[in-house]
Design a binder for this molecule. Sequence first.
Ligand code: 0RA
Length: 654
Amino acid sequence: MTEEQINSNNGNYSAENIQVLEGLEAVRKRPAMYIGDISTKGLHHLVYEVVDNSIDEALAGYCDHIEVAINEDNSITVQDNGRGIPVDFHEKEQKSALEVVMTVLHAGGKFDKGSYKVSGGLHGVGVSCVNALSSHMTTQVFRNGKVYQQEYECGHPLYSVKEIGTSDITGTRQQFWPDKSIFTETVYNYEILATRMRELAYLNAGIKITLTDLRVKNEDDNSFKQEIFYSEEGLKEFVRYIDSSREHLMNDVIYISTEKQGTPVEVAIMYNTSYNENIHSYVNNINTIEGGTHLAGFRRALTRTLKKYAEDNKMLEKAKVEIAGDDFREGLTAVISIKVAEPQFEGQTKTKLGNNEVMGAVDQAVGEALTYYLEEHPKESKLIVDKVILAAQARVAARKARESVQRKSPMGGGGMPGKLADCSSKDADECELFLVEGDSAGGSAKQGRDRKFQAILPLRGKILNVEKAMWHKAFESDEVNNIIQALGIRFGVDGEDSKEANIDKLRYKKVIIMTDADVDGSHIDTLIMTLFFRYFPQVIRNGYLYIATPPLYLCKKGKVEEYCWTDQQRQKFIDAYAGGSESAVHTQRYKGLGEMNPEQLWETTMNPENRMLKQVSIENAAEADYVFSMLMGEDVGPRRDFIEKNATYANIDA
Ligand code: 0RA
């Protein structure tokens, strides 16, 4: 708010006005508290926050099209065909309702008591927060046959809401320019936005979301890069998409859409021949990665209903094995999406649902629908139960394998693998474990490291592809066991069989994958990431998994030596020191880590002062599930497409 506006407000600079200013200033002072962080994640979060408001309008039944555009200057435009944010005078705040929505923290939609606001984003901060973090923002409302507009700088209105024309459409159009003095990253990534828009379209059947990238033109017809996300069948299609690279046990997805005790519950279930459990749960379109009461209700119903069906049909008697909860979820892909009016989010990342009343609602909905399905589909039901029995038998085999490994070790399970060169510090916060491709690079790393806090575990080539292996196979693999033991990860705590990893005793808070910068190296990276993602995803979620980036070239001219990580850097060196003429005399291409001596490896790749690490993160769990199953599974076609689209090493090995 400017000086002038404060004065024109009848000189009435009330407590409420002060609160407004303090609210937006608080957001600018501690942006991470409101949007998570100020890098890529937070930057994209701004878009989700604005789109969420349009989704709310769609869920209220007034909007079915949302257009999102990345503009050439990396500003974002979001336009919907809803009713338009009200522009009438807000008595309490003494200004236009639109201005209240745009400038008062947590004001979004609140004054419209009749509406069932269910979305609201992970942090639920509303569009005013986006406004506060934008150097400029323009809002246009199409309503009452007119177009209204207001502009802001860092959340402060530049003028009162004004009419700028007439129009026969209704809706809201928001354009914002993320503040470059706040964000460390201000370039939008199309794929990140596309993944979230696709997810939103699946979660909200019937809403069309268009994403356009005005920075990228298609060469053939001069049009801009664009995708339209629209799902007629919602979660049913979502599960088909996630599971598209897997072999299914059933003809089609089991689908439930109902309301129990006032809670809308939507669930889609598919069993496949894989050995993974993939349950993705959402509350108000937010991915609840820590689970909660809705997930507990789902699991309880699934276990109870399948067990009862198998017992009633005397299918368990000859199996001679005790079935545990986990066994019912092997090869299961499911999406649970519920809407809760007043969600209580708990847990470390506030993504665990705490509302107790929800457990019974989901349990009842899933129990009823699944009972009905099993009775109607005896052939598929038998396949599912057989799969459950197989899972139970594999679990028992896994326990035996694990026990035999622990017996072999003189330390009674606590011993470390012989190949591990451990560090001297025992403080996990400062300790790093390098997973190194090959014994020779492992040797250099052992010599080059700082042995106080850096440990080395050499891996012999390609580790087991756990995506294709039964659960217990991983524990029979030496390389995988070495990783698990070195990390100090335990499964099946207190004698109980469980697939849930326990990382309380994790020995290193940085785990660094160090492989050659070639196709084989990236394959090994992917195999290791698959192991972590499927067996101990908490390590990734906590931000402990990294990938080292060894240099590609050593460029030399006379006494000048420079390591280069990209072809551009190398060309720059050649231009600067060799007059632009390229010759193998002065650039050395590293074919592998093994070609570097211990000092070089330390200097370029391991020394915390100079090195660059890429942190592995899970941007979107459902998408990661799809990508891993596709990359590591049987189908060649989609994998080739993906690699062609994302390849970075193609030019190097060609
Ligand atoms: C509250 C009331 C009404 C509309 C909206 C909020 C609204 C907000 C946003 C944010 C983005 N797009 C939006 N579309 C609508 C309408 C109240 C009425 O017309 O009676």
